[in-house]
Ligand binder design. Structure first.
Ligand code: ACO
Length: 330
């Protein structure tokens, strides 16, 4: 699977830490020093997972130089679809990707990595030649805007990668490891509400709806700084790769302190750690492709560069992948 195009779809409105501090008891200094976040994009009434995902998918399609009818698979990683039955088909339809099968995949902040690996399996099996993998989340829908421990962390956004079949020797998915541990899932949840309605004698039916995001920040922090280095190390050893061979470390953008801690564990200089948290906060499934798109467009990531990538989040779920960027055909 070759990584040949990328694109982003961001909400227009940005909210600064100072603006947030007018709503909840927080301040710019606390948020920046604990997380690295300075502002975040938040979707307005005329924006949605479908519209942001479509923008990202179209940009990736254009970057790769494909026609929409060339696409065989549209995979949308999201935990906040517009429609619980799936938002990927809406994007596929609006894009005009008439030959593509489209579906959603949910693995919280690890979702993009899980979806990219999934697309890789379809491509390697020969079932699919060209795929668009989108990471999109609109967690502003599910954040408790009165809970300062969580509302300062998240932002909305979408980004996509265009990937296609290639000779095995050129495969840009150099290796991967994916992990889940539902036993620890309670530390970060977006749960079904506990409300029932009497239906027939002896049966109360569940009322649909979700509670806002609940998080034990310290548990999630400890989980990330323990598991991300462990899974990355396993991947590096398994593929015979030295950390010094990585051109870039591209981690899920949750917290600058997590990025720095992981880099330090491998002796990777902070200049080689990609970070755009300051502008967007944690956009969940979108952070990895959003960061990659920015670094490709500004020329930091060049064709042939090797990226050590890791996603982690609710589930709990986490994983790592070694990716080689190819870019569009010249
Ligand atoms: N502004 C001001 N004060 C705050 C804020 C805020 N926004 N939030 C919490 N505080 C206060 C707390 O109330 C507490 O005060 P107290 O000591 O008087 O009780 C104090 O700051 C310290 O709170 P902690 O929770 O201990 O702060 P910590 O240093 O752990 O930082 C943080 C919190 C930033 C959330 C950190 O734990 C973290 O980054 N964890 C990882 C979270 C994460 O990455 N989540 C996303 C995972 S990805 C996904 O799948 C969605």
């Amino acid at each position: 699977m070759a990584l040949v195009g990328c694109g982003s779809g961001l909400p227009a409105a940005s909210i600064s830490n100072d603006q947030l501090s007018e709503r909840v008891d927080t301040n710019d200094d606390w948020i920046r020093s604990r997380t690295g976040i300075g502002s975040r994009r938040v979707a307005g009434a005329d924006e949605s997972i479908t519209s942001l995902g479509l923008k990202a998918a179209q940009a990736a399609l254009d970057h790769a130089g494909w026609q929409a009818s060339d696409v065989d698979l549209v995979l949308l990683a999201t935990s906040s679809p517009d429609d619980l039955f799936g938002s990927a088909p809406r994007i596929q339809g609006a894009l005009g990707a008439i030959h593509a099968v489209a579906f959603d995949l949910t693995a919280a902040c690890s979702g993009f990595l899980f979806a990219l690996v999934t697309a890789g399996q379809y491509i390697r099996s020969g079932t699919v030649r060209r795929a668009l993998v989108i990471g999109a989340d609109q967690l502003s829908r599910w954040v408790d805007w009165d809970d300062r421990r969580t509302c300062v962390l998240f932002g909305d956004g979408a980004a996509a990668l265009a990937v296609e079949a290639c000779p095995a020797a050129d495969d840009g998915l150099v290796g991967f490891r994916l992990r889940s541990d539902g036993r620890r899932g309670d530390s970060l949840t977006l749960n079904q509400i506990e409300q029932r309605t009497p239906l027939v004698q002896g049966l109360d039916a569940q009322v649909g709806g979700f509670t806002p995001i609940r998080m034990n920040g310290q548990e999630v922090f400890k989980f990330a700084v323990r598991e991300v280095p462990a899974v990355l190390r396993e991947l590096l050893e398994g593929t015979g790769t030295d950390a010094a061979d990585l051109d870039w470390l591209l981690l899920h953008q949750a917290n600058q302190r997590i990025l720095d801690a992981v880099a330090d564990r491998f002796g990777i200089p902070h200049e080689r750690v990609l970070s755009n948290l300051v502008h967007y906060g944690n956009t969940s499934a979108a952070t990895i492709p959003l960061m990659l798109d920015e670094a490709v467009r500004d020329g930091r990531v060049q064709p042939g560069h090797l990226l050590g990538c890791s996603g982690f989040g609710a589930g709990l779920s986490w994983g790592a992948a070694l990716l080689r960027w190819r870019g569009p055909a010249a």
